[in-house]
Design a binder for this molecule. Structure first.
Ligand code: C5P
Length: 220
């Protein structure tokens, strides 16, 4: 079977990682959550109280990022520290667009993502996968959904984790992050010319997974 590369890009909370994880399992592909990598860099920036890219990269070089697949999802490590939960806090979420807009940080992360992609068939989700990281991916999906629906999904997810959340505030934060991610100078969130646009508003996770798998199987 051909080792295919699938790029899934789209705005915050459009369901990219949820569907990419399922497709990875079903098609036996590596799954890489590139957002988690930028979140980890942001966590370092907040911990060290610095926006100096050299210092952030140096720290990550000394404490490499790694992932471990578990029954209930993927765990993220910085060196030996399990950062799975801390990279999802509001503090990190609200600072991540700023740190991920630093070009040196992006260069470092993209090189790392391309190195991982060379290891085999992969599905990667992010903002610039189809445009920058894997411009020759076999399949590119640009996954969108309305701000209201994305905020409601995130709201339910937070409730299930016991994180108190204000729905209206969430809508504003999601719209702000979309704006920052799409208007930044380096690698903005943008649909690749050859990406398939998929609007998941009103669709189930299964609908989206099936859509991607049908297309992927044609290429394998
Ligand atoms: O996907 P997730 O929402 O976890 O991504 C967090 C943030 O990381 C995004 O809002 C964006 O600023 C940044 N990001 C990026 N490029 C990627 C993936 C994520 O700039 N490939």
């Amino acid at each position: 079977m051909k080792k295919i590369q699938i790029a899934v890009d789209g705005p915050a909370s459009s369901g990219k990682s949820t569907v990419a994880k399922i497709v990875a399992r079903n098609l036996d592909l590596i799954y890489l959550d590139t957002g988690a990598m930028y979140r980890a860099a942001t966590f370092v920036a907040l911990q060290k109280e610095t926006e100096d890219a050299t210092k952030i990269i140096e720290y990550i070089k000394n404490h490499p990022l790694s992932f471990a697949n578990r029954e209930n999802g993927q765990e993220v490590f910085l060196g030996s520290d399990n950062v799975t939960e801390v990279i999802r806090t509001n503090e990190v979420t609200n600072a991540v667009s700023k740190i991920s807009a630093i070009s040196e940080i992006r260069e470092f992360m993209v090189a790392e993502q391309q190195r991982i992609a060379n290891q085999g068939g992969i599905i990667m989700d992010g903002r610039d996968i189809g445009t920058v990281v894997l411009p020759r991916a076999d399949l590119k999906i640009f996954l969108i959904a309305s701000v209201d629906e994305r905020a409601e999904r995130r709201y339910k997810e937070n409730l299930s984790k016991g994180i108190p959340t204000d729905l209206e505030r969430l809508k504003i934060e999601i719209a702000e992050r979309d704006h920052k991610d799409s208007t930044r100078e380096v690698s903005p969130l943008k649909q690749a010319d050859d990406a398939v646009l998929l609007d998941s508003t009103g669709k189930t996770i299964n609908d989206v997974v099936n859509f991607i798998e049908v297309k992927a199987r044609e290429l394998m």
